[in-house]
Write a protein that binds this ligand. Structure first.
Ligand SMILES: [Fe+2]
Length: 228
């Protein structure tokens, strides 16, 4: 007797998605694209040391500070992307947190020793939840580079923490293509060239815009496996 497994709508959708994606890129590239995102250090400026004299706003627009009337310094950018599992399936409802320095390289964090000025019009932290396609988006500014002890300069970057569902929490950083400090950055140098290419993002021009201020940063999560 032949047993036929019932084909669900999900199976069909998955087959369509996989075959469509396979037309667009070689399967090896697709597998690589959805392999767990390379990790980077969380650093010392996560939200737990956020300057409490500033409001903590749970939204995805870092360019609006409650009570402030001005616009933040620096170039306004959009950062968007999809959170997927390692089979390129969207992860719905994942929490995406970002935090970053302002345009002059200063964090909204009490422990930041950088004497560069704070920006009262820049929030410094944002959060978004992925939709049914795994998509998230932020409006923010391009961060500045900043010095760290030892004569090292960190290139502009945005910290990411992504978590939800049955996946390992992802902590990483997104970098900007063409930045001179990318080359000698100690954290970027700690990963392979192929991994660096996944974290360094080229700007794109959004539809109807004349400015290249859109950065697409996809994040792939690894399923959580309990230790046996
Ligand atoms: Fe940082």
């Amino acid at each position: 007797m032949v047993l036929h497994r019932q084909i669900s709508r999900r199976d069909v959708l998955r087959a369509v998605l996989v075959s469509g994606a396979a037309l667009a890129v070689p399967s090896l590239a697709l597998a690589e694209q959805c392999r767990e995102t390379p990790r980077q250090d969380e650093g010392p400026f996560y939200l737990n040391g956020f300057d409490r004299t500033r409001p903590v706003v749970h939204n995805n627009d870092l360019t609006v500070v409650p009570g402030a009337t001005g616009k933040p310094d620096g170039e306004i950018i959009q950062v968007t992307g999809r959170v997927t599992d390692e089979e390129c399936r969207p992860v719905k409802g994942a929490m995406v947190e970002i935090w970053q320095a302002n345009a002059r390289g200063r964090y909204t964090h009490v422990a930041d020793p950088n004497p560069a000025p704070k920006d009262p019009n820049f929030l410094g932290f944002g959060e978004a939840t992925t939709d049914a396609d795994g998509k998230y988006s932020f409006k923010t500014i391009k961060p500045g580079a900043y010095p760290v002890p030892g004569g090292w300069v960190r290139p502009p970057h945005i910290h990411f923490k992504v978590y939800g569902g049955f996946f390992n929490m992802m902590v990483t950083q997104m970098y900007f293509a063409g930045e001179k400090y990318n080359r000698d950055d100690i954290l970027l140098s700690s990963i392979s060239k192929a991994e660096r290419q996944r974290l360094i993002v080229e700007p794109m021009r959004p539809a109807g815009s004349s400015t290249e201020n859109l950065y697409v940063f996809n994040v792939a999560l690894k399923p959580f496996r309990a230790r046996s």
